[in-house]
Design a protein around this ligand. Structure first.
Ligand code: FES
Ligand code: FES
Length: 164
């Protein structure tokens, strides 16, 4: 048997059980895009530096270019495609939209996960905490000011949404 023979991988992607046969050398970001129908995670550096491929894996944010798809068998993966509910943007997505916090959008899904993860851990983050949280996500377009403003607005929106 060739060691590169396709292997069956089962994932719960955005809440939906899916199975695909993938090359055992395939990265999670590649498998998500090519075999699981999720093009939200982007391929940038493939070295863990840019954050464009960020997803949630079993609840934790990870850079999906640093994970082998076969090693994730049986895992739950959340991508940007599953972030809103019932066709509506999440509070974090709305804040990025309102604050013009993206241009080309290539970094956007990774940024949204970094900010969502921060707000989940620290509901009222400081600007310094925000800058630290997004330090693993590179944006070549915005200069970061709008992203920081969006993160502050996202925290306020989330707190307000949780109160209602
Ligand atoms: S593509 Fe994964 S961190 Fe850049
Ligand atoms: S909006 Fe273009 S890379 Fe961030």
């Amino acid at each position: 048997m060739s060691t590169n023979e396709a292997t069956e991988v089962h994932l719960r992607v955005d809440g939906e059980e899916q199975t695909a046969r993938v090359d055992p050398r395939m990265l999670l970001v590649e498998a998500l895009r090519e075999d699981f129908g999720r093009t939200g995670p982007k391929i940038g550096c493939l070295t863990g530096d840019c954050g464009a491929c960020t997803v949630r894996l079993n609840g934790d944010i990870v850079k999906s270019c640093l994970e082998l798809a076969v090693a994730c068998d049986g895992s739950s993966v959340d991508t940007i495609e599953g972030m809103g509910t019932n066709g509506r943007l999440s509070p974090v997505q709305e804040a990025f939209w309102d604050e013009y916090a993206f241009q080309c959008g290539y970094c956007l899904s990774g940024m949204l996960f970094a900010v969502q993860d921060l707000i989940d851990r620290i509901p009222d983050p400081s600007e310094e905490e925000i800058r630290k949280a997004i330090s693993g996500n590179l944006c070549r377009c915005t200069g970061y000011e709008n992203i920081v403003q969006a993160a502050l607005a996202a925290a306020a929106r989330t707190q307000s949404a949780n109160r209602t």
